[in-house]
Ligand binder design. Structure first.
Ligand code: HEC
Ligand code: HEC
Length: 445
């Protein structure tokens, strides 16, 4: 009798172990059943956040706990750059930001990145692109010996600069709630189906992108290079780098030319910072705005069908991780034309010292969500494409098969596709931005 009981217990333990490991396996294979809760904040917190987002910061500002605006900055308020389609939207090219990345060299093996700020509160802190070479010098032309052979080495300039356009923040709270697992799962399933296609000798598919895995192992979602995993971290960096507002999560940017700039108290206290994050977290999400006439509606859905049929949806994934209508896979892709590229930095091979595997190449950019795209021109990371048509025509590299299908479309299909994209609008309840640029208001006060 005792033996029988023991046996039954052993079996139960066995079943439990089997059950647990089975559940674990299923968990990794399933996309996750994301139940997304709408971002929430109290009206009071939103109001404080909104006021901080629109506030015109000045040096030693009364609202700041530290030294206020600066010492170096790109704008005096968040709304100055984020205004298209309403407060919180994208920005024009005039407000682009100059980002730099210093690539590893033998003497300086880390990748460093930052911004070359447009403005400084004092002339002596002013930053210029040329200044970068004082810190990241060109590795000169020379002859080196490699495996017993003499190899001619060309000058290597480790510094890359990129002018980046302001992205819209509508719906950012929803994007923040997409589980990393959903992005990885989507990437895995598309990669597997691509391998399947190639095994059956079909090479017409789209090269799957890759997730941005940050040095701490998390998946990046925010920024043109998917350089931040959470909204809160991006907001902290935006405060510190764009306006020079130190906050509980990040100290303010110091002038490149004066790293010994004194430490000051964070400009934003915990409560202010939390309110600013809550405001952006709860900004309304973009919406599809369908025209009223049934004929126009048919045209929009025909356009959406073209979008899916020719493969735009492969990267601009309509629904991801339980978020409908976001149109992004949040993966890095290369859209540069390799045959044309004089871009010697495109491939890993031309770097003096290889970039870490997970680090994006200069030519890799995250698929931008297309929700709200009708109200966020100009397009692409550099704002170099003024219209939707020119943005589409700029797709090459990984998107080449789709680009070919797009060029072969009948004119009516092409215009239906554009018509569909134009239904993807900034939220209708976004707060209108003042017509005069905010900076002028402040200066005339
Ligand atoms: C000088 C213009 C400028 C100012 C001022 C500015 N931003 Fe931005 N913002 C940008 C640019 C450019 C980007 C895109 C940067 C990138 O992806 O590398 C951006 C991106 C963002 C993003 C990431 C959005 C996404 O989905 O990837 C957040 C969040 C953000 N800004 C918040 C703020 C906040 C909060 C402030 C005020 C403290 C602010 N920004 C001030 C230009 C500006
Ligand atoms: C291989 C993946 C891929 C495919 C396929 C693809 N895109 Fe893109 N798309 C991207 C990436 C990545 C960017 C950003 C590139 C950059 O900024 O350098 C982008 C940018 C855009 C933009 C500009 C958005 C903005 O906010 O700046 C539009 C519009 C766009 N794509 C539409 C389309 C359409 C329409 C199709 C189908 C004809 C398509 N894309 C196919 C990856 C893709």
């Amino acid at each position: 009798m005792r033996g029988y009981r023991l046996d039954r217990m052993r079996r139960r333990v066995g079943y439990t172990v089997l059950g647990l490991s089975g559940t674990w396996l299923l968990w990794t294979l399933l996309p996750g059943m994301p139940v997304m809760r709408a971002p929430r904040a109290s009206a009071e917190e939103q109001a404080v956040g909104e006021a901080l987002f629109e506030h015109e910061w000045r040096p030693n500002d009364a609202l700041a706990r530290g030294d206020g605006l600066g010492p170096v900055f790109n704008g005096r308020s968040c709304a100055e750059c984020h205004f298209q389609g309403g407060i919180g939207g994208g920005g024009d090219n005039k407000h682009n930001v100059l980002a730099f990345e210093a690539h590893p060299t033998r003497d300086n093996p880390d990748v460093r990145s930052g911004l070359v700020h447009k403005f400084a509160v004092e002339g002596r802190y002013a930053e210029k692109t040329n200044t970068l070479h004082d810190f990241f010098p060109i590795v000169p032309f020379g002859v080196k010996v490699e495996a017993g052979c003499q190899v001619l080495r060309q000058d290597f300039d480790p510094v890359r600069t990129e002018s980046v356009n302001t992205t819209a923040l509508f719906g950012a709270g929803w994007i923040d709630r997409i589980a990393a697992k959903s992005i990885l799962h989507h990437n895995m399933t598309t990669s597997v189906s691509r391998i399947g296609q190639e095994l059956s000798s079909d090479f017409s598919g789209i090269t799957p992108g890759r997730p941005r895995i940050l040095p701490d192992g998390r998946v990046g979602k925010f920024g043109w290079k998917a350089q931040f995993a959470t909204l809160e971290e991006f907001v902290a960096a935006a405060c510190a780098n764009e306006i020079g507002l130190g906050n509980p999560k990040m100290p303010q940017a110091k002038p490149l030319v004066r790293s010994a700039y004194p430490e000051v108290a964070p400009d934003l206290d915990r409560q202010q910072f939390r309110a600013l994050v809550a405001y952006i977290d709860t900004l309304p999400r973009p919406a599809m705005l369908l025209p009223e006439s049934p004929r126009a509606q048919t045209r929009a859905s025909a356009g959406e069908a073209v979008f899916r049929r020719i493969g735009c949806a492969a990267c601009h994934t309509p629904d991801l991780g339980g978020l409908d209508g976001v149109y992004s896979d949040f993966l890095l892709h290369r859209l540069d034309d390799p045959s044309k590229s004089s871009n010697q930095y495109g491939g890993r091979e031309t770097l003096e010292v290889p970039l870490p595997d997970q680090h994006p190449l200069p030519a890799e950019w995250k698929t931008p969500p297309l929700w709200g795209v009708a109200d966020s021109a100009p397009y692409f990371h550099d704002g170099g494409s003024p219209t939707l048509e020119t943005a589409i025509e700029r797709h090459h590299g990984d998107a080449e098969p789709v680009c070919e299908k797009y060029s072969a479309l009948a004119q009516s299909d092409r215009s239906a596709l554009i018509f569909f994209l134009k239904t993807l609008r900034a939220p209708s309840d976004a707060k209108p931005a003042p017509s005069a640029p905010a900076t002028n208001v402040a200066l005339s006060r």
